[in-house]
Design a protein around this ligand. Structure first.
Ligand code: DX5
Ligand code: ZN
Length: 219
C-alpha cells in the first residue's frame, strides 16, 4: 500500500517541532524534507541547521529531497545530520551516477528525481543504482501548485520498467497531491506520496486521517 510522506515545506515553522510530533503521532513513518538552493529552483527553503534540530526530536525516516545544483557538495553533511534517504535531480548533477554512488557508499538510501518536463529516458541509466525514483508532479520550487496529470504516465512507465528489469526501487510522487486527485495517484502505482499543503493546511491529524482513508480505500 502507498505510504504518505508529509512535506514540512508547508509546515508553520514557528511550530515546526510540535507539528512534526503531530505527524508522528498519526502513524506516519516518513518525513519529506525539501532543501532548495535558489539556483536549481528559484526559491530558498532551509538547510542543515533545520535538519539537525528536527533530528534531535524525531525518529521519523528523513526523506531529503535536494533541489540543489551539484548536491554532491552537501551529501556527507546531510548524512551526518541524519538523512535516511537523499534524492538528487538528474537535471542538477554533472555526474549523476557518481553522486548516487557517493550516497550509497555511506549506507543510506539513494533516490533520483526528474522534473515534469524531463522524460523517463533521462533516468534509465541510473535505475540500477536507485532505491527510489521521484517523479515530480509539479515544477519544483514551491508548494501549493497544481498536479500535472501527465506526470503520472511516467510513474506507470517506471513501474513497467521496474518489472521488466527485475528492480525494486520505490516510486515517489511529489507536488499538488490532495484528496481530490489522491485516487489517481494511488492507482498509477505510487509507493510514496508526498503531500505538503494537504497535510499541513488546517488540522494535521484530521488531514492525515483522511488521506490514509482514501489510500486504504483506493488500494
Ligand atoms: C516542491 C516540493 C514539494 C512540495 C509539495 O518543490 O518538492 O515537496 O512541498 O507541496 P504541495 O503538496 O503543497 O504541492
Ligand atoms: Zn519535495
Amino acid at each position: 500500500m502507498s505510504r504518505l510522506a508529509p512535506s514540512i515545506l508547508a509546515a508553520d515553522f514557528n511550530r515546526l517541532g510540535e507539528q512534526i510530533k503531530q505527524v508522528e503521532q498519526s502513524g506516519i513513518e516518513l518525513l519529506h524534507i525539501d532543501v532548495m538552493d535558489g539556483m536549481f529552483v528559484p526559491s530558498i527553503s532551509f538547510g542543515m541547521p533545520v535538519v539537525a534540530s528536527i533530528r534531535k526530536e524525531s525518529s521519523l525516516f528523513f526523506d531529503v529531497h535536494m533541489m540543489v545544483q551539484e548536491p554532491i557538495r552537501y551529501i556527507k553533511e546531510f548524512i551526518k545530520l541524519g538523512a535516511d534517504l537523499i534524492t538528487v535531480h538528474v537535471e542538477a548533477c554533472k555526474d549523476v551516477a557518481g553522486t548516487m554512488q557517493q550516497i550509497k557508499a555511506q549506507n543510506i538510501k539513494c533516490g533520483v528525481s526528474i522534473n515534469p518536463e524531463t522524460p523517463v529516458k533521462a533516468v534509465l541509466p541510473y535505475l540500477e543504482l536507485a532505491d527510489l525514483v521521484l517523479v515530480m508532479s509539479v515544477r519544483p520550487g514551491f508548494g501549493g501548485q497544481k498536479l500535472i496529470t501527465e506526470t503520472l504516465d511516467k510513474v506507470r512507465k517506471l513501474a513497467e520498467i521496474r518489472n521488466e528489469r527485475g528492480l525494486s526501487y520505490q516510486l515517489e510522487v511529489d507536488g499538488g497531491v490532495h484528496l481530490g486527485n489522491l485516487r489517481d495517484v494511488v492507482s498509477a502505482g505510487v509507493d510514496i506520496i508526498v503531500a505538503g499543503t494537504a497535510v499541513f493546511d488546517g488540522n494535521i491529524t484530521e488531514n492525515i486521517r483522511k488521506v490514509k482513508e482514501v489510500i486504504e480505500d483506493a488500494s
